[in-house]
Design a protein around this ligand. Structure first.
Ligand code: C2O
Ligand code: CU
Length: 472
């Protein structure tokens, strides 16, 4: 196999990973923790097998990447104690959970950072059923890039009618010749371009796993993109998936257009798949990118002769208890302009209270992006809004790059895109927007506290693309 790891270039090298697909031993026993009891998440260095060689040194929760899948019933309480055994500060953020602000895991905003050797008890109710995830929120571009993340599955009160469910967590690693994580986190090229793109793709920490399925069974696939920056467009071949939820929130079940679903960093999708495969047949899950197609996993049908025709469409999931009525007439209208990045027009930005020219921003402060003219976390919020009011947030992407905009503590609908009204878009916590586009989001600000808005391409956030708002 080609061992060169020249560049973050999907067209070359071992990104076209070896031909031998590894079967995952004990796939179904992927560490899952019922979170009715207290859970310990221990963050520490670990050596794991990413299918790339003799082992890769990572930072992991409980020694695994992804960390344990936490499962909790909707409306119940999750108590998870973070024990930090790293040499770095490391809080946990619960991505997509409409959580108590104090439990949101943002150091210096919602809690003090958890020092090496320290601990913190996260204790909160989970209002929404769905597929969520947790990850470090300190130097996230490095800590998530080294493996500090896992899935949080919140189960519906009535089990959804499928035979089985599988979680598929995608990541994109940048490995060196000797199968170790490249240490060039936060380099200016990544920060000012498309973020840290890797050269080794994993699903549940494995390279091109074969996933055993049974002919005729109906599966719920919970997909999550935990990569720092890679946008995954996935094609699920030979079975016709339905999408039933996005970012944890139910959508009307619909078949995927061309069998494809796009996940920007941070996003999730729940799919229903009927295994219409004969015994021994394979259904490829492929990553479709602009230079071709790369297989990332396969469903492999075991023995058995069940019906191989699709069943009735899957039923919709019950709605979650979020406020869906947007009062747009009385909404607080906010405009957020993102600038900067390579080939951009940004000449300067405010940084720590002073206007700094772009060259100096990049050279001395590692900042390449701004939001409304401010690079990095501003001292004053982008806006402050009284609890219960609708916010209409227009985001203008005045850059040459796509961005995955994420709001903490709330889900929103994209009500317009480039001036076109979108009447029925899904509730999301992260939305992908393309270069030079304008996206209009709306949500009811019903969760008091201080909440981040940032790009989930983690190098962009590190390079200045984050701000915050306050619900009073
Ligand atoms: Cu998953 Cu502030 O992010
Ligand atoms: Cu971005």
């Amino acid at each position: 196999m080609n061992r060169s790891r020249a560049a973050a270039d999907p067209g070359r090298r071992r990104f076209l990973q070896g031909s031998g697909a590894a079967a995952i031993a004990g796939w179904l026993s992927w560490p899952a923790v019922r979170a009715n009891d207290d859970v310990v998440l221990s963050a520490s260095p670990a050596r794991i097998d990413l299918g790339a060689g003799d082992g890769t040194d990572v930072w992991a929760f409980n020694g695994a990447v992804p960390g344990p899948t936490l499962r909790v019933r909707q409306g119940q309480r999750l108590r998870a104690r973070l024990e930090n055994r790293l040499d770095a500060e490391s809080p946990v953020h619960w991505h997509g959970i409409r959580i108590d602000n104090a439990m949101d895991g943002v150091p210096d905003v919602t809690q003090p950072p958890v020092p090496p050797g320290g601990a913190f008890l996260y204790d909160f109710h989970v209002p929404d059923a769905g597929t969520f995830w947790y990850h470090s929120h300190r130097f996230s571009h490095e800590q998530v890039g080294r493996g500090l993340y896992g899935l949080l599955v919140v189960e519906e009160e009535t089990p959804y009618p499928v035979d089985r469910e599988l979680t598929l967590v995608l990541d994109d690693w940048r490995l060196t010749e000797d199968d170790q994580i490249a240490g060039d986190f936060g380099n200016l090229r990544d920060v000012s371009h498309g973020g840290r793109l890797g050269n080794w793709i994993t699903v549940n920490g494995a390279s091109r796993p074969d996933i055993d399925v049974m002919p005729g069974e109906r599966l719920r696939l919970r997909l999550a993109n935990t990569a720092n920056a890679r946008i995954f467009t996935l094609r699920v071949a030979d079975v016709s998936p339905w999408v039933i939820a996005l970012d944890g929130q139910p959508v009307t079940p619909t078949t995927l257009e061309a069998g494809r679903v796009t996940l920007a960093p941070g996003q999730r999708a729940d799919l229903v798949v009927d295994v219409t495969l004969e015994a021994g047949a394979r259904a490829a899950i492929d990553y479709v990118h602009d230079r071709g197609v790369l297989n990332v996993a396969s469903l492999v049908a075991g023995a058995g002769s069940a019906p191989t025709t699709p069943r009735e469409p899957p039923p919709p999931l019950p709605r979650n208890p979020l406020i869906e009525t947007l009062e747009l007439d009385t909404a607080l209208d906010i405009r957020l302009v993102m600038s900067g990045g390579a080939m951009g027009t940004m000449a300067s930005a405010m940084f720590k209270g002073r206007e700094v020219p772009i060259r100096e921003l990049v050279r001395d402060h590692g900042m390449a992006w701004s939001m409304n003219g401010v690079a990095g976390m501003p001292e004053v919020p982008l806006f402050s809004v009284e609890r219960g009011r609708t916010v209409a947030l227009e985001i203008v992407n005045d850059t040459r790059w796509p961005h995955a905009m994420h709001l903490h503590g709330h889900h929103f609908r994209v009500i317009g895109y480039n001036g076109e009204t979108l009447p029925d878009s899904p509730w999301r916590d992260t939305t992908l927007m393309f270069a030079h586009d304008t996206s209009r989001l709306a949500f009811v600000a019903d969760n008091p506290g201080r909440w981040l808005i940032h790009c989930h391409m983690l190098e962009h956030a590190a390079g200045g693309m984050l701000t915050w708002f306050e619900v009073t």
